[in-house]
Design a protein around this ligand. Sequence first.
Ligand code: CAA
Length: 383
Amino acid sequence: MSGAIGIHDLEIATTHHVIDLADLAAARGVDADKFRIGLGQDRMSFPAPDEDIVTMGAAAAKALLERTGADGIRTLMFATESGIDQSKSAAAFAHGLLGLPAQVRAVELKQACYAGTAALQAAIGIVARNPQERVLVIASDVARYALHSPGEPTQGAAAVAMLVAADPALLEIDPVSGVFTADVDDFWRPNDSSVALVDGKLSMSAYVDALLGAWDDLQARGGARPDEIAAIAYHQPFTKMAVKAQRRLAAHLGTALDDEPLTTMSVYNRGLGNSYTASLYVALAALLDGDASLVGRRVGLFSYGSGSVGELLTALVRSAGAGRAERVQRMLDARVGLGIAEYERLHAVSYPSDTDAETPRVTAGPFRFAGIRGGARVYEPVG
Ligand code: CAA
């Protein structure tokens, strides 16, 4: 064993439904190119009434564990900013659905879109302490903004499950990273709101501030130099944000940066929409799946969570994502399209905890949110 720790394997899941942004543009009286070119988005995933962060996260983890097995997993960390309970973690629900043993610690982490990276770093710490252990990290989110708001075309949903282990097959994470925190009200979701509130322009400048701050910290701590990084995978609230961010980084460095990876890493996120905590790792997957020449080279990973926290990791690519591109494409193609009237109806659906309710059977995934019984959320395998 080399002492290397990182991501051994990674899987993506999303929702039953999809909305074509050309349809949304037509319904909102906006030129479709604003979304397609201006934001860099084509479609957005949308959950059926019996889907949420738990069903998506558990679906991604189930597919991952069918390849890797669960041996050595003693920790399950669930990162999300669209949590479904103020106390019980989404990890506890996912633990039950996945049939993991009782000898597992299960916890949920929150700091907007950044929490997946916090979970990854915590997982690396656990594995560093005991290299026999492996940690299951799930990042899962449903991005929801108000109908007719500027954020509406940047909704979306997806989950990523990652197995963090010693001597990882996929990605070896470097020990040095750059971090940056600033107390900013750029994007937040109050406890009594089902949609995020956002100051769009401030959120974009806060993202760039965090990128440059994390970059400077990485350099100050002796991290990888620009010429040692073949490509940077970015958190993609909408894929054009990564283009803007890389331009600002290039200006900061006073050097040109290769734009080709920006296209490669956007392939999945253009069709999924924002998936908050999962978005960076979806971009990473697309980058590795789309560019086999990265094997043996170093990539950057820029994680941003509003509020705000940024972290820039670097990592050595050990292998390309065997077969994942075909799996993701099949998953994207299998989604069922929603017309705008039906999307608007579903956007308003909620299941308050003070009324027992059963959800309609819609999802084709392995797990479903069955409804509310006695104030508690009930999940079940799809029979
Ligand atoms: N053809 C081509 N491009 C067009 C166009 C057309 N017909 N019409 C407009 N555009 C371009 C605009 O020029 C603009 O591009 P530039 O920024 O490069 O100039 C782009 O389309 C968007 O247009 P607007 O700036 O007018 O868009 P908007 O104000 O309606 O909304 C937004 C944009 C602020 C990002 C909004 O979608 C939003 O609030 N989204 C949610 C917040 C967000 O995602 N923030 C990102 C950083 S925060 C973060 O990363 C955390 C997170 O996940 C939320």
